[in-house]
Design a protein around this ligand. Sequence first.
Ligand SMILES: [Zn+2]
Length: 317
Amino acid sequence: VRITAEQLVGVATDIDGTLLELAGTGAGRAGDRTGVLRRRLASTDVRTVVDGVAALVDDLLWARPDLEERMVGIGVTVGGHVDWRNGSVVHSPNLHWREVPLASQLQAAIGYQVQIENDVNALAVAEQAFGDRMGMESTDVRDFAVVTVDRDGVGAGFVLNDEPYRGVNGLVGEFGHTPLQADGAICRCGKRGCLETQAGADVIVNHIRDAGRNIDGLDAAARLTRQGDAVARTAFEHAGVAFGRGLATLLNLLNLGLVIIHTEAAVHDERTPYRSAATRSLHEHAFSTAADSCRIIWRVRTDELEGRGAASMGLQL
Ligand SMILES: [Zn+2]
């Protein structure tokens, strides 16, 4: 189960990452044939989320009663600092949570073992565990990063020396909060000038709105760009340049041979200049061969892929 500020996304997978079809769903509890269940969240208070996850797991088991016998565990992912050792969410800016003992609360509500993890770290684990199911062309890479650029911000997860890298207490890959600009905008983390305040997907929308264009989100921003709107184009361009600078920092530090970027369709769309600006800026700022020796794969984020990320944590139990 993946928890975001707006919704819960649940999938059931086999041990190799294959999404299981959720057949046999009844009226009002319908799943869809993609094997993904989505539930809107009325609020992000802890009780609502815990009850929501428990109900979603109920619905998954109702759709696939055969799983009850052979379930290995339940993986749950959240954005922010998650301490996998004691199962707590230390700080999640998106959910406005601090020090929430989520795993134990979920276990009490659901009755199964729960492993929680940061959502992007989990994506990196899933790439490693289910590489071919996720779309990775080669599974013999021992060091790589997964980077996300989406409505929730900018994040990263690492597999180093063939192991998920979690740092000393789970705070790893807070790439979006790399401090880039001393006098920059206030970030949702409370600090100033983080990469996320310049390169995030929501920043693009805000820039266009600030210029007086009335748009309802990122897809509308991409549409404006395709129609030739210079302000919209510049917003994608500037965010892309900032992202490329961030990526150069990452590659200068770690000299990775592979980075997989999960992003929104509008950012991925080659008719918006985000990707081309990011690539140009990366090469401009990378030290020596850091950029040239790294293969970069851009991928459109999906609930299915992120659900697999969460499911891969169930396998860690
Ligand atoms: Zn920040």
